[in-house]
Design a protein around this ligand. Structure first.
Ligand code: AMP
Length: 448
């Protein structure tokens, strides 16, 4: 199967060839013809499958096919919503790369940076806008963007948008869009909340899935290293040094944990940087760029900050701590083994995390092989302790409030605010579904 056979215009083949893509990935083979035919899509695609090109290429083709001579400011015709700034920036980069031979204009807006330069670009008129939901609503409020002529809507990583509590913002945006449009929804996992959103939004969608839902990429080798909590850092430094790993993405559960670990690695002589929601956008972009260039060997990240990070041939992902939410394991290890490359994902698991590991193995429907490293055998006399979750019990720190710096600075959704204030009581009355979803949102926020 070649890109030519998919029915895309020549300008797009040229751009794709320049990127070095020889043939479409499975999701592209499925999605592109359907999207070109105007169908709504519900795409179950993991990160690393090539889904961005899967929706961007046919979107660009359709916009070109329906371009009409226009008097005045060009109307916004395609909107892509993403959960995080990093993903928005990456999707925008793809739109620019794939559309480089087309006379279409695109821009990107997200929170955490000044709104005025974004406004100036928007008021000149763009065909395509990539946005995080909160900042988009800021622009709507300031009348720098008009959504009434959008023909194509893409919800990218919709599960993550819901996890982050953006459902209210998304609903507000949807209310401003025309009824008659093409909608493409992509999600790595399909919860009942996603299905509910899709039911109200998509018109007889075609469901496409390239890997089974909640499964992990085949090209990723997974392993568990059982180890005591207090010796994880030592083991990590040893693995990096002994194996001479040059580019490792390491996940922690909390922002504080990410900072602490990156400082400790630096003191072990390993260059490291941390990214999370408390860092300014500039600091996050810089750290990511240094990591991509190879100037920084280890990038320590929380789940949300790492979301959407796309690094060619990233060979190693380490779960320094397992995620609280099993689905995040799938997202984390999807950072490696991308687009057919081999990758290695290892998890340092202490006795406290055995339940989290069980949840993960149940989700991915397989047991992950375990390998105890010599001299790091777990001490069997250590008893499991409850995992410290959220801000109320973050390793003895008091008043560890979740950051106000999220992807849509200054616009935290109402539901999130109540999630924070209700966390202490809801965590104790676990079992009912509402408190469960609140906890989930709070974890997302805490990790950002
Ligand atoms: P995505 O899943 O959209 O984040 O894409 C993951 C990676 O795959 C990105 O680095 C893309 O540049 C790359 N990619 C996308 N499509 C192809 C293709 N057809 N052939 C090779 N690499 C691709």
């Amino acid at each position: 199967m070649s890109f030519e056979k998919l029915g895309l215009m020549t300008e797009l083949h040229r751009a794709v060839a320049e990127k070095g893509y020889q043939q479409p990935t499975p999701i592209q083979q499925q999605a592109i013809p359907l999207i070109l035919n105007g169908r709504d899509i519900m795409g179950g695609a993991q990160t690393g499958t090539g889904k961005t090109a899967g929706f961007t290429l046919p979107m660009l083709h359709r916009l070109m096919a329906s371009t009409r001579p226009q008097k005045g400011r060009r109307p916004l015709r395609a909107l892509v919503l993403t959960p995080t700034r990093e993903l928005a920036a990456q999707v925008y980069e793809s739109v620019r790369d794939y559309g480089k031979y087309l006379p279409l204009r695109a821009t990107v807006v997200y929170g955490g940076v000044s709104i005025n330069p974004q406004k100036q670009k928007l008021v000149k008129g763009v065909d395509i806008l990539v946005a995080t939901p909160g900042r988009l609503l800021d622009h709507v409020g300031q009348r720098s963007v008009n959504l009434s002529q959008v023909d194509i809507l893409v919800l990218d990583e919709a599960d993550r948008m819901l996890d982050m509590g953006f459902i209210h913002d998304i609903r507000k945006v949807l209310a401003l869009l025309p009824k008659n449009k093409q909608t493409l929804l992509f999600s790595a996992t399909f919860s009942s909340a996603i299905k509910k959103l899709a039911n109200g939004l998509l018109k007889s969608p075609t469901l496409i899935e390239v890997a089974g839902r909640n499964t992990t990429a085949e090209q990723v080798t997974q392993v568990i290293h059982p180890v005591d909590k207090t010796r994880k850092r030592e083991l990590l430094s040893l693995l990096i040094g002994k194996n001479n790993w040059q580019q490792v993405l390491v996940f922690t559960r909390t922002k504080h944990g990410a900072n602490r670990l990156s400082k400790q690695l630096i003191s072990d002589g390993i260059s490291a940087a941390a990214i999370h929601g408390n860092k300014s956008q500039g600091a996050r972009t810089r750290a990511l760029a240094e990591f991509k260039k190879g100037d920084v060997r280890v990038l320590v990240a929380t789940d949300i900050a790492a979301r959407g990070i796309d690094i060619d041939h990233l060979p190693h992902v380490v779960n320094f701590e397992l995620p609280n939410v099993a689905e995040d394991y799938v997202h984390r290890i999807g950072r490696t083994g991308r687009a057919g490359n081999q990758g290695e994902a290892m998890s340092l698991v202490c006795v406290d995390e055995h339940k989290l590991l069980k949840d993960i193995e149940r989700l991915i429907k397989r047991d992950i092989p375990q390998c105890i490293i010599e001299d790091f055998e777990p001490d069997p006399s250590i008893k499991a302790e409850p995992i410290t979750r959220g801000r109320n019990n973050n390793r003895g720190r008091s008043n560890n409030r979740p950051s106000s710096s999220n992807d849509n600075k200054g616009r935290r959704p109402k539901s999130k605010r109540s999630a924070s204030s209700n966390y202490a009581s809801s965590a104790q009355t676990s079992g009912n579904r509402r408190s469960k979803s609140r906890r989930h949102r709070n974890h997302a926020q805490q990790a950002a």
